[in-house]
Design a protein around this ligand. Structure first.
Ligand code: PMP
Length: 920
């Protein structure tokens, strides 16, 4: 069952549990590159949550603060993640009583039971009674049964009433007891018993044991002191907490009052649940009179009736779930098209009507880890009109219920019937245990949904479990559900879906209140063996946004993040110094990252130095070459300021800079390059791909010209390495500079590759010398010579992981995929007469950087609109290429959409559609 010890201390959630479950024997976990049994390590920052509950042993009541109204100090009780604790209500009480009675006879259950939600395959609550663990209540989505596993801490309170469900170890097991310790051991039962937890007894000692397949594993056995606790009711609990409740109310009302005038209007977003009921009560006390409820069309009728009874206006449904599901298939926790269609879009329309407002909402930290970072106020990113305030963000469910009871506020009746989370009745986030309740309460609703699921599964040849066990609730199954499938022989694909793939290129559209969105078609986009869906899963940051600012910096996939976390967690030490184990591992991994990067760019024969970024790499060459007055550097109009200013700065040393132009198709003017190079030219510095125009320059031809004239060639590969296969030897350059953070690596990482280590190191100090004498030093060989001081070790190792990631997919494939996306984007944009695209015609001459201007709009205005109206992130301005944009006659610059391997066709279409909307 659920291990309590594994859950209480760490900050890792699912992934932590997976890891504990799958420790590989024989391999010290500290040195595994990635944790066994889980794909990646995901670290969740600890929110400022309370991890304890207090209990007044005198009054036998839970306390939300340290002290009880009786004056006693509360005893601390450790809670389990996510530390949300709530009262057991009527249906929960009935369920627990039944389970206890079935197992142990007519045992009295106290009126005050708490439920501490924990992680599991479905419902999994730690039950707390008398301020101690009482047991674990779980629901099995396969057998569709609840079970209660009694905790040893419950025994003092129940033993004297127990009439069955006890295994006497003196008589009930095959191996006669008496000899040695029994705790932790397994014995065969003489009589068959159903699997589950039982009470065990051996002479005067008691404990619990788990029965499985005719065997029993005995936990610790102890003498038990029988106890009886007072049996207060919830009214008394409220009474003993009155002081704390008053404080909570005061500070929440104060917070609402502080923000009520931040916008011209203030309202409450009401969902019909307990949290928003509490917030409605508080907001009304603070003087807020407006509220609204968005009807999704798939609400429980009880909720609608409750909302109306509270005098909250209902905004009629704006989309038809049943029509949409026909096209889009069932939504999932990881595929919430339903929320966009039925909540976000109607909200946007509603806000457009009422204008800028402060909205009081009932979000709480403890509900989910997504909300754990929630601030007092938050700007709704999808709705600039709305400022959200969350006055009960630090309340647990217990505080909410106690507050509502104290206020004698009405509550949605669904809670007492066993529904824990009020929402749509086909919400993917609903538990299967709650779905069982729906089947009883509204059999017609459940039948309709079951029919949709069954039909969907049938069409795709999916197993019955898809509908019957609730596997439809995820598009890609999480580890716990994969394990469930594995144990029961249900095949799961490599991308963790049960779904059959739709034919390539299929695009389905869902009507969103008159608009079309391509969302569900993102299911699986296959282009030449390239499944973008699977790649996207490695980038949780992508979420609901469309990120098209990859030329500025890209996102990192989970393995890159995991590599850095692993360094911090397992072997953080300085490199190249010392002999201890950690420093050896760190040095070896850091060195290996250099090797990987060198191989990735075909540069094994040169020196690969890690830097902060491209800018630093270029500056190192500008500073490290020996110049004489009269030397010249040739560079181009395409250059980023980083490949221009370091050269212009050399004028102090008498070095002049020449700028080479471009042709009407934005290609570099090779003839002009030939003309520009003179005997004084020492170096040509050129970008391989422009970060404004996306144009690719012909480096091998440029290299030939340079070598014919005995001139060094420096290539700025910042925009090339993430998108093209690069081989520095084939390119024929002397220096190659690029940024790790634009190629899925960590920020603060970059590379300078040199054919020969022919420049002086510009920074001196530790780590870059072989020996230091009284008057001089011998410089180290290799990259160490250029990496003085402690480098960005985690970053460098992360960069190595980024290279692994890109290589595993293949740069050829990535390039082909991005070329296809770029053409689609350029074609789409070019159809809009108000949009002017600045890109080379020929696909082979460009990468996925597409600049454009929009008639009548400043580029910043377009970028802002894209973000606000469609969650699309694009860059605007001169992109650090001011001379270039001025030479193009567009001093305000451009809007730039820049692609990466994880972008999709739908995202490109979305950008085009949003621009159409804007220019209309
Ligand atoms: N060169 C080019 C072509 C670039 O696109 C960029 C970043 N936009 C740079 C250089 C500078 O990169 P960094 O900021 O990582 O130094």
């Amino acid at each position: 069952m659920y291990s309590t010890s594994g859950c209480t201390s760490g900050l890792l959630l699912e992934s932590q549990r997976d890891r504990t479950a799958a420790t590989v024997t024989g391999v010290p976990e500290a040195f595994l590159l990635s944790p066994p049994g889980s794909n990646h390590v995901s670290v969740i920052h600890e929110p400022p949550v309370k991890k304890y509950l207090y209990w007044c042993d005198q009054c036998n009541v839970p306390l939300i603060g340290r002290t009880c109204s009786c004056g006693a100090n509360g005893r601390e009780i450790e809670l389990l993640q996510p530390y949300d604790v709530r009262p057991a209500l009527s249906a929960d009480m009935a369920l627990i009583k039944n389970l206890v009675h079935e197992q142990f006879g007519n045992v009295p259950i106290p009126s005050v039971l708490l439920l501490n939600k924990t992680g599991g395959v479905d419902r999994a609550d730690l039950v707390i009674a008398h301020g101690h663990r009482f047991g674990w209540l779980t629901f099995d989505p396969v057998t569709r049964k609840f079970s209660l596993d009694i905790a040893p801490e419950a025994l003092p309170y129940i033993l004297k009433h127990v009439t069955k469900g006890i295994v006497d170890l003196e008589t009930g097991i095959d191996t006669p007891g008496g000899a040695g310790r029994m705790g932790g051991k397994k014995f065969r039962l003489k009589e068959a018993r159903p699997d589950g937890t039982v009470i065990v007894k051996f002479r005067t000692r008691f404990g619990t044991g788990v029965v499985k397949d005719g065997q029993i594993r005995v936990k610790e056995l102890m003498p038990v002191d029988l106890r009886t606790g007072k049996n207060p009711d919830w009214e008394q609990v409220v009474e003993q907490n009155r002081y704390h409740l008053k404080n909570l109310e005061r500070s929440s009302v104060r917070m609402i009052k502080q923000h009520i005038h931040d916008r011209p209007k203030c309202n409450v977003s009401f969902s019909g649940g307990k949290d928003s009921t509490a917030v409605l009560t508080l907001a009304r006390k603070a003087g807020v009179t407006e509220a609204f409820f968005l009807d999704t069309g798939i609400e429980f009728p009880e909720t609608i009736a409750f909302v109306k009874s509270q005098g909250v206006p209902v905004i009629e449904k704006a989309g038809d779930f049943w029509q949409a599901v026909d096209k889009a298939g069932p939504p999932g926790k990881d595929n919430r098209w339903c929320c966009k269609l039925l909540k976000l879009r109607p909200l946007k329309l509603h806000l457009a009507e009422i204008g800028a407002c402060v909205t009081v909402q009932g979000n709480r930290w403890y509900e989910s880890w997504n909300r754990a970072g929630l601030e007092e106020t938050s700007q709704n990113p999808a709705n600039p009109l709305q400022l959200n305030i969350s006055p009960i963000r630090n309340w647990r469910a217990l505080e909410v219920f106690l507050y509502l009871w104290w206020q004698k506020a009405a509550m949605n009746p669904l809670y007492e019937q066993g529904i824990e989370r009020i929402g749509c009745y086909v919400c993917p986030s609903m538990l299967e245990s709650e779905y069982e309740i729906l089947k009883v309460m509204h059999p017609d609703y459940a039948r309709r949904w079951d029919a949709v699921l069954t039909e969907y599964a049938k069409k795709r040849g999916l197993p019955d479990a898809y509908a019957q066990w609730g596997l439809w609730r995820w598009k890609a199954l999480p580890p716990k559900m994969r394990e469930l499938c594995r144990d029961r022989g249900i095949p799961v694909r490599d991308d963790y879906t049960l779904q059959a793939e739709p034919p390539a290129g299929r695009e389905e559209t869902v009507e969103i209140a008159g608009e079309k969105t391509m969302e569900p078609a993102m299911e699986a986009q296959e282009t030449g063996g390239y499944t973008v869906e699977a790649i996207r899963r490695d980038f949780p940051i992508l979420g609901d946004i469309i990120y098209l600012d990859n030329a500025a910096t890209s996102f990192s996939p989970e393995p890159v993040i995991a590599a850095q976390v692993e360094f911090e967690h397992r072997y953080r030490a300085n490199v190249g110094r010392g002999v201890h184990r950690l420093t050896s591992i760190a040095s070896q991994r850091y060195w290996h990252a250099h090797e990987k990067v060198a191989e990735f760019i075909g540069g094994k024969n040169g020196v690969t130095v890690f830097t902060k970024n491209t800018t630093e790499s270029v500056n190192m060459v500008a500073q490290g070459m020996i110049w004489k007055s009269g030397d010249r550097v040739a560079t181009t109009i395409l250059e980023h300021h980083s490949n221009l200013l370091p050269w212009r700065n050399l004028s102090k040393r008498g070095v002049a800079t020449d700028i080479i132009g471009i042709t009407p198709d934005y290609s570099l003017d090779l003839a002009a390059l030939e003309r520009t190079i003179t005997d004084s030219t020492r170096l040509v510095a050129v970008t391989q791909a422009s970060n404004v125009l996306g144009v690719v320059t012909p480096i091998p031809e440029i290299a030939k010209v340079c070598h014919d004239h005995g001139v060094f060639l420096l290539v700025d590969g910042a925009q090339a390495v993430p998108h093209l296969p690069v081989d520095v030897e084939k390119l024929g350059c002397d220096f190659y500079c690029f940024s790790g953070h634009k190629m899925l690596g960590p920020t603060g990482t970059g590379v300078l590759w040199m054919k020969e280590p022919c420049i002086e190191p510009s920074v001196l100090g530790g780590g870059m010398v072989e020996a230091v004498t009284s008057d001089g030093c011998t410089l180290a060989q290799g990259y160490q010579r250029y990496e003085a001081g402690t480098p960005n070790i985690a970053g460098g190792i992360g960069l190595g992981a980024a290279v692994d990631y890109l290589q595993a997919i293949g740069m050829e494939k990535i390039h082909r995929y991005e070329t296809d996306l770029t053409s689609r984007l350029i074609t789409g944009l070019s159809k809009n007469p108000k949009v002017h695209v600045f890109a080379p015609q020929k696909p082979e001459h460009r990468i996925g950087v597409v600049s454009f201007t929009v008639d009548g709009f400043h580029p910043h205005e377009v970028a802002q609109q894209m973000d606000e109206t469609a969650d699309i992130m694009v860059r605007s301005g001169h992109h650090c290429c001011q001379p270039l944009v001025e030479s193009l006659g567009i001093p305000d610059g451009t809007v730039r959409a820049s692609l990466a391997l994880y972008n999709t066709r739908q995202e490109c279409d979305m950008l085009v559609a949003t621009l159409e909307e804007l220019t209309r």
